[in-house]
Design a protein around this ligand. Structure first.
Ligand SMILES: [Zn+2]
Length: 130
């Protein structure tokens, strides 16, 4: 009888109980609790797997956060909260910028470029008035 294998894992590997990790390409034995496991238990591979899961979820649910971002009440609350965080963690921010000076410089250059572009378009709200 023809055996149907839905997991996408080659039948010979399914029988041997040995897999090739889809991320690092190393051999591994799947957990007995997750017989269809496709990614090994290396921390780096698991981190990558979680990242891919999140990205694919966001791609499948593009409108999920839209109503939140469109809600002015939520936007005000968020901007107030992040302003408070910046005020109470100014030493941390200064330290981070010192440690990542080049990254911060590039980030600010891009941020200001976008800020000026939005401002020319008349969309930008002045800090504290929105
Ligand atoms: Zn792996």
């Amino acid at each position: 009888m023809l055996e149907i294998n839905y997991s996408g894992i080659p039948q010979e590997n399914l029988n041997k109980n040995v897999r090739i990790c889809e991320i690092c390409s190393n051999e591994f034995a799947p957990s007995k609790y997750r017989p269809n496991q496709k990614i090994c238990s290396n921390l780096a591979c698991q981190t990558e797997r979680q990242k891919r899961n999140i990205l694919s979820w966001r791609a499948r649910n593009p409108a999920y956060f839209r109503h939140i971002h469109a809600n002015p009440h939520w936007r005000n609350k968020r901007s107030l909260r992040s302003r408070q965080w910046r005020l109470t963690h100014s030493a941390h921010i200064r330290q981070y910028r010192e440690a990542h000076r080049e990254y911060y410089r590039l980030y600010m250059r891009e941020y200001m470029r976008q800020y000026r572009r939005r401002r020319r378009g008349g969309e930008v709200a002045v800090e504290g008035t929105s």
